[in-house]
Unconditional design. Sequence first.
Length: 386
Amino acid sequence: MCSQEVGIQMSSKILKGNSRIRGFPINMYNTHYHKYGDVQDLLREYVVIKTLSQGSTAEVFLAKERATGALMVVKEQRLEKSDIAFVDREAMLHSRLHHPNIVALYETAKNNEVMVLLQEYMGGGELYSAVIPNIGAHPMRVRHYFTQLVSAIRYMHDVGVAHRDIKLENVCLDSSKKTAKLVDFGLSECVNERPGALYKRHVGTIPYMAAELWYNQDATYVEVDIKATDVWALGVLLFCLLVGRFPWGEASHRSKEYQMYLRHDFTQQPWRTIPDTQSTLLIHMLDVNPARRWTSAQVERYIYTHWAVVGEPQNPNADEYPYMGKCRDFKHSRDEHDDSSDSGLGGTHRLATDSRIESMNTSSNTLYGTHTPVPGGSPHLQALVD
């Protein structure tokens, strides 16, 4: 479908609209929208170039502003197949968030059929694309990206919002590959500080879901700290950045690798190749007790005091990285790897068994800028969890 046809198709549904809101902060506990005339004004300002993604209830388009040529992302959410309250909440919460590492929401149009979000365009793709399966992201980039994401999540938590679906695919990079921004607030919720507050349990992406979300699998709503579940998901994301795979398929007793984690068995790949500074951080973020789990503020403080800054690669393209040429020697076919692993980054991203991976990680302490562990703490994982 050409860009003109996409624009016509989208316009035919949206032009019936009767409300328009700007991307200014809205009281997050108030779902009433201020209305600003007809949405035809919004559509006339942009030309849809192509469809970026399409799901059962939503489509995402790349659009260009007619006046300036600036690129934007248009997300069209169909209301007839969605919970309208959830769609309204996404627009409300996103418009409330203003942070350099959160993708900006510029405008929102709504009618009886669709909600349309006009968002900032990030030209560098998903963070997922920067992760080499079974290897990870470039060591000089891991701290850089992760620090930005922790800053964004701490900001959200400070204003009383939990993301609830943190994952590699919900982080986008700019065209320079230097700035990472959090996207997709469709599952985000306001944090209820009252004791006994209940939240929907089946929320998030399975490998990133915190341990406490698996305890009572028959319950629809559970009493959890959703800020703590965000920190857990950030910990899983950091693990993926470091080694290019999930720590487990899910944080339940159905996962062999999670059972090993509960037994404090860190002798196997890839745990034993992770430097002390990062493994200390992971253990605190992936603490199975949410009351002990570090907050986003504690995570941020630890990064700035114990994770040294190292030089940035000159070229952000993965193929230009000094050691990435070795990665091309690996074949990530499922048939050539251990099928007993339940933690690959997708169907073809399995745990590599080639011994060269370990040799590539021997210099990881230098690459990641390992510092002395926190006073009173231990660099050894066993001591951390005992």
